[in-house]
Design a protein around this ligand. Structure first.
Ligand SMILES: [Zn+2]
Length: 408
């Protein structure tokens, strides 16, 4: 076994263990907690127990999937599977572009198939058991088909750009690829709500009535030009509720999950929306984009430098450095770097949540927002008392208990 392979295995072992330990500590912490003060009037003992049982089931599913893929990838590494696959692909295709697509296509296909039982179990066993699932087998299947078509189309496009830039440019490849990647991200922000989301959900204008009038009034009061207020059939897949704001400039839309409109009072819906408007008004999307553009630039710089190192490709069993061997080297090393960037980005995101809450409070929705947050957490059987490590590592939203305190 060579040095680089040892490093890659150590990274995989460390990130697997660290993940599992954090999830386990988080679960233990939650199972041992009593009802937080802010929830005492809102949650029954039976519901509280159910929320804990839900977290426990989710943990075991997470653990099973993580362990399965961990064992699989370590074994694949140790038998030099990446090299064998290269040999296989090279006997089938001669054209480098087809070798590239074939190689990554097989890996994508196999990992998707292997992940499928876990996603079926999650939707039709775990979510079903707690009454969240509303996905039919037909919707589930159609979602997979649409997802695959979308990944082939979008993934194929990104990979083509990568392949071309990798082979065409040397030292500036990272910058050229970053420019492409970042522009695509911007473009997707615009087109996703118009072209991609409608593939999965049905949007319909909110019916005329008291709620619509009040939303329009709120938007007006906050100085937001709205192109429309829509509902989305989230209930086709899950009973969990949500709302979001999409588009820029003149195309701004508010989208409410039908489950939100069904289960929440008008005042609560307005409170949730004022929080979303807060995100928009405080320019959170732009700030997040700025941070992610910087971190992706640094990652690409390091990545293109490491990826081209012939020693690394050779250690994994590849015959030479190619666009796909470089990508595999990157994917194997990424977990060690990406944590460094995900921590500040979730920190920023939590800060933004507080700011959006305070925007809602300033507009007189403090009390209703508090009630809506309690209701959302109780309804979705959330962990009401997450462990600080877990929050630090990946909570994009602060725990509701902290948010309620600040709102007060
Ligand atoms: Zn928010």
């Amino acid at each position: 076994m060579n040095n680089f392979l040892i490093v890659v295995c150590l990274i995989a072992i460390f990130s697997y263990l660290a993940r599992c330990v954090v999830e386990w500590v988080n679960l233990r912490h939650w199972l041992a907690s009593s009802v937080p003060l802010a929830f005492q009037d809102a949650i029954q003992e039976a519901e509280f127990k159910k929320a804990k049982a839900y977290s426990r089931d989710q943990f075991f599913l997470f653990f099973a999937e993580k362990t399965f893929f961990f064992i699989l990838s370590i074994s694949f590494l140790l038998i030099y599977g990446f090299g064998w696959l290269e040999y296989f692909i090279q006997t089938i295709f001669e054209n480098p572009l087809w070798q590239f697509y074939g190689y990554l296509g097989i890996l994508f296909f196999v990992t998707s198939i292997l992940g499928l039982p876990f996603s079926i179990y999650s939707t039709f066993v775990v979510e079903e058991k707690y009454g969240f699932n509303r996905t039919t087998a037909k919707t589930f299947l159609l979602d997979i088909i649409k997802g695959v078509i979308l990944s082939i189309f979008l993934g194929g496009l990104i990979l083509y750009a990568y392949f071309w830039i990798f082979n065409q440019f040397a030292e500036w490849a990272f910058l050229i690829f970053w420019t492409f990647y970042f522009s695509l991200q911007l473009l997707l922000l615009y087109i996703a709500p118009v072209l991609i989301m409608p593939l999965f959900f049905k949007f319909s204008p909110l019916e005329d009535g008291e709620l619509k009038r009040k939303i329009a009034e709120l938007a007006n009061r906050c100085g937001v030009d709205l192109a429309g207020i829509y509902t989305m059939d989230g209930s086709k897949r899950s009973s969990k509720a949500n709302a979001f704001f999409t588009g820029f400039g003149k195309t701004k839309k508010i989208v409410l999950f039908d489950t939100l409109v069904e289960k929440f009072s008008e005042e609560e819906v307005l409170a949730v929306l004022s929080h979303e408007i807060g995100h928009y008004k405080r320019k959170h999307i732009i700030k997040t984009l700025f941070l992610s553009s910087i971190s992706s630039l640094v990652i690409f710089y390091l990545a293109f430098w490491v990826m081209r190192e012939p020693l690394f490709s050779a250690s994994l069993g590849f015959q030479s450095v190619s666009a796909y061997s470089a990508l595999i080297v990157l994917v194997l090393l990424l977990p060690s770097v990406s944590a460094l960037f995900s921590i500040p980005s979730s920190l920023l995101s939590r800060k933004h949540e507080y700011e959006a809450d305070s925007y809602a409070v300033e507009h007189g929705f403090g009390k209703n927002l508090g009630e809506a947050l309690v209701k959302l957490s109780v309804d979705s059987l959330s962990n009401l008392n997450p462990h600080p490590w877990k929050v630090f590592l990946d909570y994009s939203h602060p725990p509701v208990v902290y948010r309620l305190e600040k709102i007060k």
